[in-house]
Design a protein around this ligand. Structure first.
Ligand SMILES: [Zn+2]
Length: 327
């Protein structure tokens, strides 16, 4: 049993669920716990719940608290990693929440906080699809679209810590309304939320589709990645059309990124990519290639599905903590 102070707890804090994993120096997960995020709770209550989640994961790992060196959290929204503050997280209803210092008070170990997509990219760079590449861009497609940039093996934060918001690159001026209040962002065209909006609109107009039946069968009120996958397997024409449209816009997004940064690797992560892998990524890649300004050696830029799935955030948070605390 590890008793030196060399374990780190990685936490993936999402708007719907949260997960903590105890990870050793060779990135083995010794124990983990997962539960729903009660986003309606006040920040103080949710922070206590996160502390409880972490303690449960440590229990399950059957290690002593004294072996825990730090806790590292990937949190949604805009984050100030230096202060450990979540500036603005709409899906938690948080504004300027001192997550790092509050958790540290409860747990008595150092707590690091970083944006959830950034830690996902760090995870894929160190342990997943982008291993060996130095310049990496991650695009995570889920209810929204998040992005993260690694430049020369380091996270690129930007002047105000606001870099990498690829989901809000405008791909269609005056296009559909985005969650951010503007129009035509990638997120408003190609996220799962956008696909669901378009599927429902098509059905309302009288198009035949089994998507709503599958949702009913599965007792889901949202079009999850699982529902998307099932509808595509059953060759639902509406689902196929909306998926192709989303992949087209993601291809344009990838090409814009390539024309700007010419990175070595672009990792497409998130629930749909985790389930569909190459079926999701291949059409994106093909659209992207057509829109590269520099066509020479186009295939040198790897466009790959993420490999770590659900673990990308938690493991990435641990990698980042080791890096920032020094190993
Ligand atoms: Zn937007």
């Amino acid at each position: 049993m590890p008793n030196r102070k060399d374990l780190i707890v990685g936490v993936d804090l999402g708007g719907t669920s949260m997960r903590a994993m105890v990870v050793d120096t060779s990135y083995q997960i010794l124990g983990e716990d997962k539960r729903r995020t009660q986003a309606k709770d006040r920040p103080r209550k949710l922070i206590e719940e996160i502390a409880d989640l972490i303690e449960e994961a440590v229990d399950k790992a059957e290690v002593k608290w004294s072996a825990i060196r730090a806790v590292s959290i990937g949190a949604p929204g805009s984050v100030d990693p230096v202060q450990g503050v979540v500036r603005h997280a709409p899906n938690l209803g948080w504004h300027d929440v001192r997550l790092g210092s509050k958790l540290k008070e409860i747990l008595g170990v150092p707590v690091l906080v970083e944006n959830d997509v950034n830690v996902g990219v760090v995870g894929e760079h160190a342990l997943g699809a982008a291993q060996g590449a130095h310049d990496v861009v991650g695009i995570f497609v889920g209810t929204g679209i998040g992005g993260g940039i690694m430049f020369h093996d380091e996270l690129y934060d930007g002047t105000r810590g606001a870099a990498g918001e690829l989901g809000h690159m405008v791909l269609q001026v005056d296009g559909p309304k985005c969650g951010c209040g503007r129009r035509g962002c990638a997120e408003a065209l190609a996220s799962r939320t956008a696909m669901e909006r378009d599927v429902r609109a098509a059905i309302k107009k009288g198009r035949k589709s089994i998507v709503l039946d599958i949702m009913k069968e599965r007792d889901q009120d949202r079009m999850t990645s699982r529902i998307i996958q099932l509808a595509l397997r059953r060759r639902d024409p509406v689902m196929r059309q909306m998926m192709e449209r989303a992949q087209y816009y993601l291809g344009i997004l990838v090409a814009n990124v390539v024309n700007l940064l010419d990175p070595e690797c672009i990792v497409i992560g998130g629930g749909i990519a985790d389930r569909m892998h190459e079926d999701f990524v291949k059409p994106i890649r093909e659209v992207a290639w057509r829109h590269y300004l520099q066509q020479r050696d186009a295939q040198r830029i790897k466009i790959l599905a993420g490999q770590l799935g659900d673990n990308a955030g938690g493991l990435g948070a641990v990698v980042l903590a080791r890096h920032r605390l020094g190993s």
